[in-house]
Design a protein. Sequence first.
Length: 87
Amino acid sequence: MANIKANIKNIRKTRKQHARNKGAITNARSKIKIVRQTKSQKDLAIAYKKVDSICAKGKIHKNKANRIKSRLAKAANQKAKVAETTK
C-alpha cells in the first residue's frame, strides 16, 4: 500500500475508473453476444452504437471496434443469405 496521500488517491481513482470501464465493456460484449445469436438488424444497430461508444471513450482501440463491427455484419449477412436460399 502506498504511503503518500497523492498515491493513495490515485489508487482510489484508478479502481473507480477500472470498474467504470469494465462495466461499459461488459455491456457492449453482452450486446455483441445477442447479435451473434439472433443476427437481427435491430440488434446489430444497437451493438454498433455500443461499440462506437466505448471506442470513442478510448476503452478499446479503433481498429478493434472496426474488426468487431465487420465480423458482426458478416455474420448477419450470412443469415440473410441462408434465409434467401431456403425460400
